[in-house]
Design a protein around this ligand. Structure first.
Ligand code: HEM
Length: 201
């Protein structure tokens, strides 16, 4: 009886996780579809850069919202999907970087370095991506066990990444600041929530 209830719970979690995996893959599938349909606007590179950047921001927001969701809905599911959501942030950020490096700069690494040094919004974007790398590498259970307390400290860099992502977004937008300001507002609401929680505990 206990055994079947337990396996039912496990398979339910697996199905939920698989569904989420497909959902998080949808932005990429839709981008490939638009490419196939040759429907990427008059400036495809600019469009893909914006698209991959905005999806990185959205999934980053989702990853920060998981703990508040868990507290609100009292569902452990939100904690079980943290690793997958975090890895998707890294996935879309890397895609975004590769689109810039490959399609915009033609894989000329020297040009990338020049941009990192000369254009502050690229500097902060690149820094955000760099900080995501150790988080992705240490996302396994083995690393969690091996690093112990250090793991928690390292994974707190997600807040710094969120701030850098906001700066990158606000900095690069030339005219309409509404979109980056809305996303930044959401980020700061989530950071504020965390601050309040920490100060109480
Ligand atoms: C966590 C990491 C990052 C996030 C969340 C992010 C987010 C974004 C967003 C939302 C946009 C769209 C802005 C718009 O067109 O309205 C964007 C554009 C852009 N990003 Fe990133 N980005 C990240 C990392 C990087 C990195 C590593 C690079 C390159 C080294 C980069 C280079 C660019 C460029 C060149 C644009 C287009 C600028 C333009 O339209 O003139 N980003 N990014």
């Amino acid at each position: 009886m206990f055994q079947s209830h337990f396996s039912y719970k496990i398979s339910r979690m697996k199905i939920l996780k698989f569904t989420l995996f497909i959902i998080l893959l949808m932005p990429l599938i839709y981008l490939v579809y638009l490419y196939q349909m040759q429907d990427l606007t008059a400036d495809p590179i600019e469009y893909i850069l914006h698209y991959t950047g905005i999806w990185t921001v959205r999934i980053l927001l989702l990853s920060l919202a998981l703990t508040p969701f868990r507290n609100l809905f009292k569902q452990v599911f939100f904690l079980r999907i943290r690793r997958m959501v975090g890895l998707f942030v890294f996935f879309y950020a890397t895609l975004h970087l590769l689109v810039y490096l490959g399609l915009d700069l033609g894989f000329r690494f020297g040009h990338l370095w020049e941009d990192i040094v000369k254009r502050p919004y690229i500097t902060v974007g690149f820094l955000a991506w760099l900080l995501l790398v150790p988080m992705a590498i240490t996302s396994t259970n083995g690393m969690l066990r091996r690093l112990g307390k250090k793991w928690k400290t390292l994974h707190k860099s997600i807040y710094l990444i969120a701030i850098l992502a906001c700066l990158h977004f606000i900095w690069l937008v030339k005219a309409d600041l509404i979109e980056p300001l809305i996303y930044s507002g959401l980020f700061f609401a989530l950071l504020f929530y965390r601050l309040i929680k920490y100060s109480k505990s």
